[in-house]
Write a protein of this length. Structure first.
Length: 193
């Protein structure tokens, strides 16, 4: 059986090396050498992430029996999604470990602690959005808000490349991964949003 090391960063610009380092330390310290890495660059607001979906499939197929994460909110920042995922995995006999929180979520106590942590992650996300909305409103009042980053592209990334990849039949997730951008950016480059 394989141990899955799952890493998620919120944006393409963020670096996952810190999470990888902590996970490697835990894996080495626990004598785990049969590891498959799953790395996503995208939001934790939903489960629509290519590597997360691949991890889910590997769990369903029975090839993954342990999932190791840096922190539980790397799986989800949505309370309902997080609890449903964790409950499903634990029901399949999968062990879930959060390295930095030093928690193993098997058993009833693990589920209770996980529910609290997912609720905190969701609350943090909502608080961040509220602060952002207040900041935008204040900037609008001062007349300095120009809107989001619409129309900007990541340095060196050409929107035309997304169109080429789409013509080749790639999904939004595959285009995003190939170009090192988020799925929402890929959709924007393709004129979908």
């Amino acid at each position: 059986m394989t141990t899955a090391a799952y890493v998620r960063v919120s944006t393409v610009g963020q670096n996952e090396s810190g999470q990888r380092r902590k996970l490697r330390e835990w894996l080495k310290g626990n004598g785990v050498d049969n590891v498959r890495w799953y790395v996503d660059k995208g939001t934790g607001d939903n489960l629509d992430r290519p590597q997360f979906e691949k991890l889910q499939q590997d769990i369903f197929n029975g090839t993954v029996k342990t999932v190791v994460v840096f922190k539980l909110d790397r799986l989800s920042r949505d309370l309902a999604d997080g609890i449903a995922t964790l409950t499903d995995w634990l029901g399949k006999g999968v062990r879930v470990v959060s390295v930095t929180q030093q928690l193993d979520f098997s058993g009833a106590t693990g589920k209770l602690v996980a529910a609290v942590l997912f609720a905190v992650a969701e609350m943090e996300q909502e608080t961040r959005r509220e602060r952002q909305a207040v900041g935008i409103a204040a900037a609008k009042e001062r007349g300095v808000y120009k809107g989001g980053v619409k129309g900007r592209t990541k340095k060196g990334v050409k929107p035309a490349r997304a169109k080429q990849l789409r013509k080749q039949g790639l999904t939004y997730a595959e285009i995003a991964e190939a170009m090192g951008i988020s799925q929402s950016t890929a959709r924007r480059y393709l004129g979908v949003i």
